[in-house]
Ligand binder design. Structure first.
Ligand code: NDP
Length: 445
């Protein structure tokens, strides 16, 4: 590793000893930046990496709310405005019991470079809460969202910071959050994306991350003389990203043989029936285990890690961070996997990624591969700004063009710095360059 990058990483580990996810993301990023830093000693003089790895602002707040039994509850809330060099802070809100500052910082850090890769003017941020919407009534979710926005509203704005959804924050939560902001600010502005179509949302936003993931995979496959027709895919998760990755892959002729939720996975040689999964998970908010009641050839296995034992041509981890470790990577490679497209953020551990790269499986890293969601959020901002509304085909076409451009840029950056085929490095380098240029232009601020 370049000695400047190593020194910055050591400093980060000293200052943030209780933030393993953030340190993991920073290490992976700084390692692959080494060749750029060797070429540009001026970054050290400007302490650019020290400035880049410290959030511009990290807000932590309490969220007191009253549940429908009249009980007072208190959750933690976060918004990390990591870097706004190239545009307003932009990144999702995650509601999940595992949420802590380390996870929000890791996600916000990754978001800087992901947003830069889209080619659109958006900075990086992330937020959320340890509130768990799962199993809660609509009334309780609404009460929590309103309490969360009661603090968040003072930190966001259409030219300042524009959050969106993430795990646990879907259309219902965005509606409650936006409605409350509008009420207390008396302002119908684009301060959140992923909004419903009736109040400023964009077509394709729901499908965007999953579709974008498959578009970039398709573009990569062209370079190795393959396509999706007739291929076996494993798609972990059964949330927003997983469902629409499945949908697009199926449209392009692939067969998804396994999907999961946080309790277990389903597997069917004949292919998983998407409408059933959509009904169970999107409409009825049920467990994926129920799938086998409707499809006799399918099997349900308790525990989600085993999903990577299923033989597939391409793996699409779309659930959560670190869901593929080295052992699972070895099994996937042994079973003939040839590409891994990361729908979730940081789903492969660094050891797993390294193993895939050494064994000839292409890895499309999250910050490039799942950028379709935030890119379409930026298209939602653009439509709101102009008070216009593009149709589905127009947005989908722009999304596809963005994903193809992202692939071309990360491929070119990897080649330029002597690492052809290493898209992990290519994405970090291509994402970093634009942010570094903007920060350099500003001087020390
Ligand atoms: P959702 O909340 O819609 O779905 C998450 C899915 O993953 C659910 O099926 C959930 O199961 C499952 N899951 C959660 N934790 C685990 C676990 N530990 N093991 C196995 N499965 C698990 O989230 P999204 O689909 O929106 O997000 C998925 C990933 O994609 C996240 O990493 C997110 O940051 C990333 N992402 C999402 C974007 C978007 O536009 N939605 C954009 C870019 C990245 P259960 O139903 O049991 O909760």
């Amino acid at each position: 590793m370049n000695d400047y990058a190593a020194a910055v990483l050591a400093g980060l580990a000293d200052k943030n000893p209780h933030e393993p996810e953030f340190l993991q993301a920073a290490k992976e990023f700084l390692e692959s930046l080494s060749p750029v830093l060797d070429k540009h000693p001026e970054y050290r003089d400007a302490a650019l990496l020290e400035r880049l790895t410290e959030p511009e602002r990290a807000i932590s707040f309490s969220v007191p709310w009253v549940d429908s039994d009249g009980k007072v509850r208190v959750n933690k809330g976060y918004r990390v405005q990591f870097n706004g060099a190239i545009g307003p802070f932009k990144g999702g809100l995650r509601f999940h019991p595992s949420v802590n500052l380390s996870i929000i910082k890791f996600l916000g850090f990754e978001q800087i470079f992901k947003n830069s890769l889209t080619g659109l003017p958006i900075g990086g941020g992330k937020g959320g809460s340890d509130f768990d919407p799962k199993g809660k009534s609509d009334r309780d979710v609404m009460a929590f969202c309103q309490a969360f926005m009661r603090e968040l509203y003072r930190h966001i704005g259409q030219d300042t910071d524009v959050p969106a959804g993430d795990i646990g924050v879907g259309g219902r939560e965005i509606g409650y959050l936006f409605g409350y902001y509008k009420k207390i600010k008396n302002e119908h502005a684009c301060i959140l994306t992923g909004r419903g179509l009736s109040y400023g949302g964009s077509l394709v936003r729901t499908e965007a991350t999953g579709y974008g993931l498959v578009y970039i995979l398709e573009e990569y496959l062209k370079t190795v003389g393959e396509d999706l027709q007739g291929k076996r895919l494993t798609v972990s998760g059964s949330g927003n990203v997983a469902l629409y990755a499945h949908e697009k892959a199926a449209q392009l002729g692939a067969k998804v043989v396994a999907m999961s939720d946080s309790n277990g996975y389903i597997y069917d040689e004949k292919g998983i029936d998407l409408p059933t999964v959509k009904r169970l998970k999107e409409a009825e908010r049920k467990r994926i285990s129920e799938y086998v009641k409707f499809h006799k050839t399918a099997k349900y296995v308790e525990g989600c890690g085993g999903i990577w034992d299923v033989k597939c041509d391409y793996a699409l981890p779309c659930a959560t961070q670190n869901e593929i470790n080295l052992d699972q990577a070895k099994i996937l490679v042994k079973n003939g996997v040839r590409a891994v497209a990361e729908g979730a953020n940081m789903p492969c551990t660094p050891e797993a990624t390294e193993y895939f790269l050494k064994n000839g499986a292409g890895v499309l890293p999250a910050k490039a591969a799942n950028a379709g969601g935030v890119a379409t959020s930026a298209l939602e901002m653009a439509q709101s700004g102009q008070r216009i509304f593009w149709n589905f085909e127009e947005v989908d076409k722009k999304l596809k063009e963005i994903m193809i451009d992202i692939f071309k840029n990360i491929d070119a950056a990897a080649r330029e710095y002597g690492m052809p085929g290493n898209f992990v490095a290519g994405a970090n380098i291509a994402g970093f360059k634009k942010v570094a240029d903007a920060m350099t232009a500003f001087g020390i601020v």
